[in-house]
Design a protein around this ligand. Structure first.
Ligand code: ADP
Ligand code: ZN
Length: 439
């Protein structure tokens, strides 16, 4: 089994990493000054040349970049190379406003591919694996990103994309798929389809899943692992930083290694923007170090996490982040109490009777907010007596109350009755006036 894809860089020492980061940061500043957006932004901050950055400590001279900045710079404000050097464009979906765009040169794609290759090798993938990519292809980066990385490692890639579960299962059978790339919600859903169609796990060769693109709890990971009898690895990425391959769990599954030779990572307090120490939870901020066409400086991801202290048993020296709690804008305020959907998920997914899907609904009831948590439970529960169902409901309610402080209404649903998502799930339906939101 391959342990590392690029041992030298994956196990780089602290001082060498710092020196490399500084060198690449200076190159990145140089490139950024070539873009119309950063030229103005950096000069305002007193940075007119890469020589104004003398140490990594000078990072705090650089202003943050937000999603709105990227929108403002659309379509060409962040392009730092001649158009002819661009070989690929990825854009966001643009459902919440002007889309954002990331340009890639040939070298950019090559570097991204390298990061994905390193990531998947860290989970034990080799050229013997058959990799079924169940994330959608196209402008969304989840599909193409993993595709090239898996090819580079030499795995056999099945580029089926998202959806069409019946065909997915057929291909898993016919080509003896060993690894899948899938959202956690789709992974749970696919198990229900296995059951419905009488698919036996023993007839399949599944061993691993890369699960990502949306927040999920440790309990959900465990559930996916138990139901599908596989190892599931958390995969984190965002299109502004290429896509998948930014952070990935290794076989020890204790946080996601962030490839720090390619991204400078900071955690900040989202309210006052103060940089926090390892171990403190806050908003992740990234600076690209190896991107030519679209350099991005101190990008505020809105994703909340903390950096794990200490090294990892795998020997990789790149620091690890916790799972993502959610985005700052996913936070729900219910009768004055702040909570994240992931806290609700953590509770419901640890209850053995709860099946593979749930939904959170918010409404107004007079002046108060009404929170309803709908959970699917396994069908065998519906054959028991009604008293058992009441007990289960009371248990879920009490567990939620203990975790999120407020008293939700709990509804039990039959398997397959709640909405199903084959890409990123929308678990929260906020029907309160002025706050309509699907998260
Ligand atoms: P969009 O911003 O339109 O969702 P992206 O595909 O770039 O487009 O999504 C990136 C975002 O998805 C991240 O910023 C993060 O919020 C979420 N995400 C990606 N991977 C994970 C993961 N493993 N855990 C939690 N959230 C994730
Ligand atoms: Zn590790």
């Amino acid at each position: 089994m391959l342990n590392y894809w690029n041992k030298e860089i994956e196990t780089i020492g602290e001082d060498s990493l710092a020196a490399l980061q500084l060198k690449l940061l200076k190159e990145t500043i140089k490139r950024a000054l070539e873009t119309s957006f950063y030229k103005v932004r950096l000069e305002k901050a007193g940075i007119t040349s890469c020589d104004d950055i003398r140490s990594l400590g000078d990072l705090n001279k650089i202003p943050f970049t937000t999603k709105d900045d990227l929108r403002e710079a659309y379509p060409r404000g962040l392009l730092s190379v001649p158009s002819k050097d661009v070989v690929r464009i990825h854009t966001s979906s643009g459902t919440t406003g002007t889309p954002t765009v990331i340009y890639h040169t040939k070298e950019d794609i090559d570097n991204w591919t390298e990061l994905v290759a390193r990531s998947i090798v860290a989970t034990g993938v080799t050229d013997e694996d058959v990799f079924q990519n169940m994330m959608s292809y196209g402008l969304f980066t989840g599909g193409l990103g993993l595709h090239y990385g898996a090819e580079r490692v030499g795995a056999t890639v099945i580029p089926i994309g998202g959806g069409n579960t019946k065909r997915q299962i057929q291909l898993m059978r016919d080509f003896k798929t060993t690894v899948i790339h899938i959202t956690p919600s789709y992974a749970l859903h696919i198990y229900s389809v296995f059951r419905k169609q009488g698919v036996e796990l023993l007839d399949l060769n599944l061993k691993k899943a890369f699960i990502g693109a949306e927040p999920h709890s440790e309990n959900t990971r465990r559930k996916i692992e138990e139901l599908l009898n596989i190892d599931a690895y958390n995969s984190y990425g965002l299109s502004e930083m290429n896509g998948p391959g930014v952070g990935f769990e290794c076989i020890h599954k204790c946080g996601m290694h962030i490839w720090e030779d390619s991204y400078i990572m900071e955690i900040i307090n989202p309210v006052n923007q103060e940089v926090l120490d390892d171990g403190e939870e806050g908003e992740i901020v990234f600076t690209t170090l190896r991107r030519n066409a679209t350099p991005i400086l101190r990008y505020r991801t809105r994703d909340l996490a903390f950096i794990h202290e200490g090294g990892c048993n795998c020997g990789r020296t790149h620091r690890r982040i916790s799972r993502i709690k959610g985005r700052t804008d996913d936070m729900l305020i219910v009768n004055g109490v702040n909570m994240f959907p992931s806290q609700i998920e953590e509770v419901v997914m640890q209850i053995p009777e709860v099946g593979t899907n749930y939904q959170i609904q918010l409404e107004k009831d007079g002046a108060l907010d009404k929170l309803t948590v709908k959970v699917e439970i396994y069908s065998k529960m519906f054959t028991g007596d009604i008293h058992e169902l009441d007990l289960l409901k009371a248990k879920i309610k009490e567990d939620l109350r203990a975790s999120i402080v407020i008293h939700p209404i709990v509804e039990l649903h039959e398997p397959g009755s709640l909405p199903v998502f084959e890409g990123k799930a929308k678990r929260v339906l906020d029907l309160r006036p002025n706050s309509y939101k699907e998260v």
